[in-house]
Design a protein around this ligand. Structure first.
Ligand code: APR
Length: 253
């Protein structure tokens, strides 16, 4: 697998990069994606029920149902390890004076791999918040594996919720502000979007903004998405194969 020659040439002059990731970047760590082939939402029997379980309305009405799905997502996260895609993104951060990572993933693998400037816009599936007293917490992997029903707050015995964005909820204000500042106002020289179906406007907009300003834009995905016709290079392939190629060119420049 090779990168296009004009992309290799262009990568030599980059001094800032924004990376935007979705579930496809964790696919090679063995974590199922949400949509597309084998996606958890596309499961014939359970797909729609899973989406419903991950909604704010269900958390309020039947927190145990939400926790049955969230604890399974959390178990997959703690049983997974970062893959070459996560490591390539760390190399990009170490190689350039300015880097920002906007991830939709809640599996924590980017931070585990060593990424530092991370906007985890949907939160982290191991983080918790008490519905009664707002106490914040974080499960250990052992606590995740021991989860059997709705977890309770150690401070007040109230019901805990995952500190992750559920369907029907607003995104955290401070993360939206960071996204605006680092990806929409101070647009990086290079924006890479990898492993996402790009269905949310806050994911699409930074890529379109960069393309509109003539920045380098690269998509990495085995499948086409609605962004494919808007980026300068839409590379068909796996994040674990292509992101290391890109990171190595940048690191050696
Ligand atoms: N490398 C790169 N991309 C891949 C790989 C891979 N090895 N395997 C699959 N993909 C691509 C798929 O082609 C698809 O475009 O990853 C994408 C996964 O899409 P989704 O499952 O929709 O995940 P994502 O885009 O992150 O979903 C966004 O939706 O339900 C919410 O909160 C959830 O964060 C999630 C958000």
């Amino acid at each position: 697998m090779r990168l296009p020659d004009d992309l290799v040439d262009a990568l030599g002059n980059v001094s800032s990069v924004g990376v935007i990731t979705g579930a496809g970047v964790s696919a090679e760590s063995g974590i199922q994606t949400y949509r597309g082939q084998g996606g958890i939402y596309d499961d014939e029997a359970e797909g729609d029920a899973t989406v419903e379980a991950l909604s704010a309305a269900t958390l309020r009405a039947d927190p145990g149902r939400t926790w049955r799905v969230v604890s399974e997502l959390a178990r997959r996260a703690v049983d997974a390890a970062p893959n070459a895609a996560h490591e390539a993104i760390v190399l990009l951060e170490q190689s350039l004076p300015r880097f920002v990572l906007l991830t939709q993933n809640v599996d924590g693998l980017h931070r585990l791999a060593g990424s530092r400037n991370v906007i985890d816009i949907h939160g982290d599936v191991l983080d918790t918040r008490c519905l009664a007293c707002d106490e914040r917490g974080r499960f250990t992997p052992a606590e995740v594996r021991a989860l059997r029903n709705t977890p309770r707050c150690q401070a007040c015995d109230g019901i805990l919720r995952p500190d992750a964005v559920l369907f029907g909820e607003m995104l955290p204000e401070e993360k939206i502000l960071r996204l605006h500042h680092e990806l929409l106002e101070d647009v990086p020289d290079l924006v890479i979007v990898a492993g996402t179906t790009a269905i949310f406007p806050y994911i699409v907009q930074p890529v379109l903004e960069a393309a509109g300003r003539g920045r380098l834009t690269v998509e990495v995905n085995p499948e086409p998405t609605q962004l494919s016709e808007h980026v300068r290079w839409s590379l068909r392939g796996k994040a674990g194969d292509l992101l290391p190629l890109i990171a190595n060119v940048v690191a050696e420049a």
